[in-house]
Write a protein that binds this ligand. Structure first.
Ligand code: ATP
Ligand code: MG
Length: 444
């Protein structure tokens, strides 16, 4: 019987409910992660106590009603929030999304049987140890995602579980058990009924998993249910020496070449989505995709808006996509101009995107491309640490100086500053106050 060392706070919550005469277990993801030897990022508890009773047991602490109707009370302890939920069984699902009613139950097994996968349906308390009614521990050992109960029925109740199965497969590196997988393919159409923000939350976690490439390859038809634009890239051949894969396989290969950051992984997923629509074949039969970064960015913006992403997120992703194919060279003025447009953070991200892209292309000119990119990276770092000017706020003059020279407020000031900045970047002017003022005096 495996043992889990519970953190003090978890121990406190469980002990308090036990002392008051109720059952209480750590449940779900935290039990799974502990058994895998990983540190859970949060702890959830299931108890036989009703919501009012939970509040009473923790009346000396701050409790928050985060979903009392569904049995959940958050308990604040030592600066952390812990969700404590009454055992419940979900009622019927008529719309593949929301249970029509929630019923509380006195029985732990009921609560576990409503959970999605066997590895997520284990409970633990320090006295009884592991409660594992659905062989979750065995599935953890064999690294398998398997529905609790009949998969078709379970996906019919809540289609988001289809995407959650893929998410856990990507994050944990588990395979999906055959009957569960068959049901994924037969039920995935119902993903179109799911709220976009729920889809996006799971998709981002899927994208940030270690096993993302294998999952995207095998379950591409599932992702295409809610991002149909992707299917244009499936098996779309690229007859160019730069590529030895079709567009989708290239996308999939590029994703694992970049760190697991939501913006970066989403950028890779969509960076070439506009290629099929921008194909031109020349007389020698070679493919060209002129303008595809712009088109990919426009398509991505539409997709990400539909999926309710934040403006900042969309802006980051679409900017990186727009610039992903720029031919950068280690020329300081050129790099400073990109730094001016993109800023330091996005510039570094762009270099990562370009590296991930190159590493998923054919070997044709690869060493040359990588070596140029490394030189650009070094040059960018040099510029950043040197303090050399690449943006308006680093310029030795500002708008007020131009006002003092007699230009009245308005767009003209911005234009002049921009002109001076360009000259400084190009090395035509020193970023020196007197030099810039004398240039401006002449100009005005
Ligand atoms: P992590 O917190 O690492 O994402 P988790 O397993 O805790 O993993 P959550 O989304 O936090 O995932 O859900 C907590 C638990 O609630 C799950 O372990 C699972 O038992 C149950 N659960 C969550 N979503 C569903 C769902 N759509 N259908 C059935 N059970 C679910
Ligand atoms: Mg969780």
């Amino acid at each position: 019987m495996p043992t889990i060392v519970l953190p003090d706070d978890a121990r406190t919550i469980i002990d308090r409910l036990h002392d008051a005469g109720y059952e209480c277990y750590a449940v779900g993801g935290c039990v799974r992660d502990c058994l895998l030897g990983m540190t859970p990022h949060d702890w959830d508890f299931a108890t036989s106590a009703l919501p009012d009773e939970i509040e009473r047991v923790f009346s000396d602490l701050v409790t928050v009603d985060v979903g009392k109707r569904y049995g959940t009370i958050a308990v604040l302890l030592n600066g952390h929030s812990y969700e404590v939920t009454t055992y419940r069984v979900d009622g019927d699902y008529t719309d593949a999304r929301h249970p029509d009613e929630v019923r509380f139950s006195p029985c732990l097994r009921d609560d576990l049987s409503r959970r999605d996968f066997t590895v997520n349906a284990m409970a633990y308390d320090p006295i009884g140890g592991l409660y594992d009614a659905f062989d979750g521990e065995r599935d953890l050992r064999y690294r398998v995602i398997r529905c609790v109960g009949d998969p078709t029925h379970r996906f019919g109740e809540d289609a988001l579980r289809v995407l959650r199965a893929l998410r856990f497969s990507s994050v944990l590196g588990f395979s999906i058990e055959p009957a569960t997988e068959r049901a994924i393919f037969s039920c995935c159409d119902r993903l179109s009924d799911i709220a976009p923000e729920r889809l996006m939350r799971e998709l981002l976690r899927l994208l940030c998993g270690d096993n993302v490439s294998a999952v995207l390859r095998r379950y591409r038809s599932v992702i295409a249910v809610f991002i149909p634009e992707l299917s244009g890239t499936f098996d779309f051949a690229q007859n160019t020496p730069h590529h030895n894969r079709d567009v989708y396989k290239h996308i999939v290969a590029s994703i694992k070449n970049i760190e697991p950051d939501p913006v970066l992984r989403t950028t890779m997923l969509f960076h070439d989505i506009g290629k099929p629509m921008s194909l031109v074949v020349d007389r020698r039969g070679i493919s060209h995709f002129k303008g595809h970064p712009m088109l990919s960015a426009a398509m991505s913006e539409e997709i990400l808006r539909r999926l309710c992403c934040s403006n900042n997120f969309i802006d980051d992703v679409c900017t990186l996509i727009r610039y992903h194919d720029e031919r950068l060279t280690p020329d300081p003025p050129m790099l400073k101009r990109y730094l001016k447009t993109l800023g330091e953070r996005r510039m570094r991200m762009l270099l990562s995107v370009q590296r991930a892209d190159i590493l998923a292309q054919s070997m044709y000119l690869r060493q040359e491309k990588l070596s140029t990119l490394s030189q650009c990276e070094q040059e960018v770092e040099r510029i950043l640490s040197s303090g050399e000017c690449y943006r308006l706020s680093m310029l030795a003059v500002n708008g007020r100086d131009i006002l003092h020279l007699g230009v009245s407020a308005g767009v003209r000031i911005g234009e002049l500053l921009d002109e001076v900045l360009d000259k400084v970047i190009d090395g035509e002017l020193l970023n020196d106050r007197d030099a810039l003022l004398s240039y401006l005096r002449q100009r005005i």
